[in-house]
Design a protein around this ligand. Sequence first.
Ligand code: ADP
Length: 453
Amino acid sequence: MVITVLELLILSALVAAPAWFLGGGLWAAFAAWLAVGLYAVVLAWKIDRFDRWLSAPNLRLDPPWRGVWREMALRIQRMLRQQEKLVAVHEKRLQDFLLAIQASPNGVILLDEEGRIEWCNVTAAGHLGLDALKDRMQHIVHLVRDPVFARYFSQADHASEAVIEGRSSSVVNKQKLSVQLHAYGEGRSLLLTRDITAVAQAEAMRRDFVANVSHEIRTPLTVLSGFVETLQSLPLDAHERGRYLDLMAVQSQRMQDLVADLLTLSQLEGSSPPGTHQQVPLPELMWKVESEARALSSFMGGLEVTPSQDLVFDPTPDWTLLGSENELQSAVSNLVSNAIRYTPSGGKIHVRWYAQADHCIFAVSDTGPGIAPEHLPRLSERFYRVDRSRSRETGGTGLGLAITKHVAQRHGGELRIESQVGHGSTFMLVLPSSRCVSAAPVQASSAATELQA
Ligand code: ADP
């Protein structure tokens, strides 16, 4: 500015001085006025050029002037570069922040004062069925058409969360979402969504489990207390007394079995899977299982001496199982005792071990009633029973197959069930061949298919 005024004064003096000498004061004033006018025109032209340079894309190029204009242009370029750097830093920070929110397992939605979506992460979009781009600036209540959500959104207090159904819910699998609004900024809000399906399922399972256990224990307890009352109030003779005590013993045995199975299950769930250091000789294990089976079958036949079913135990291969002896014995016994308990008298039960591909398999086939296909996937659930009364009559706890499945999985195997109503069932404990060793390598036997048939 100072330079421009100086330039103007010098120019006016330079023009006015000769005019003074030539024509006097009036000419000097006219010449000075002319110089100022000319200077103003030149200045306006320069400003216009500068202004065009400022708005042009060549703002970054070397300024085409010298002197004060160049200085000004360079200063502007420097400021521009600093601003650009600052914007880039902020942009990067914002992107990092958004990426972090995108990576969150929880859904995050930013809402404006009106409740319109400003931004949402992929998780929230998946939870509520939103389109992160197309639904921007749409009102959240218009998109999440759930009366529970609408009620929650309109209420003044959002201190607690609301539970709504997620968009990926199906008839079979309901997705449960927890949603909560948090106020921030000036009238804005943050909507957080969390998939709580697994938590809700675990809670439902816990409730079912407690209800089932209570139900299982209540029946024998009621019967027992009834007998106790009878014994206390009625003058019974020794024979009747003995009969009542026998019936009481059955009920208390039932409760003991239930508690024992519950403890076994909780031990299986709470301990690490068995390693391969423990060696279980298979012939010995099967000898015990067979003796128990024959005793149970005789007992089932009404305390007869001969078993009530035709029990066929194939010769046991000379293998050693690697795993927990107690667990394996309980899994194998469960399958055999189930076959005996559910196969009517006169039926046939076939028990065998064989190798197939990379597995060694323990199979129990029976000619019992068989199981309808809709029950098969649920059979190893705790307390799931197809034939409730038969299970109770024969002292079943409803936990045998749950235990067997756990044992199989802990040994790297699985429980397989094949059954046809009216044609019997085959229950298989399938173990990886690394769990079965023999003097000769365990080989897939061609007899396997034959045995299955
Ligand atoms: P439970 O103690 O009641 O036998 P399990 O878990 O061992 O409990 O078995 C679950 C249900 O599977 C039984 O209640 C029964 O209905 C069915 N089941 C098991 N084994 C057989 C079988 N061999 N034949 C027919 N049904 C069976």
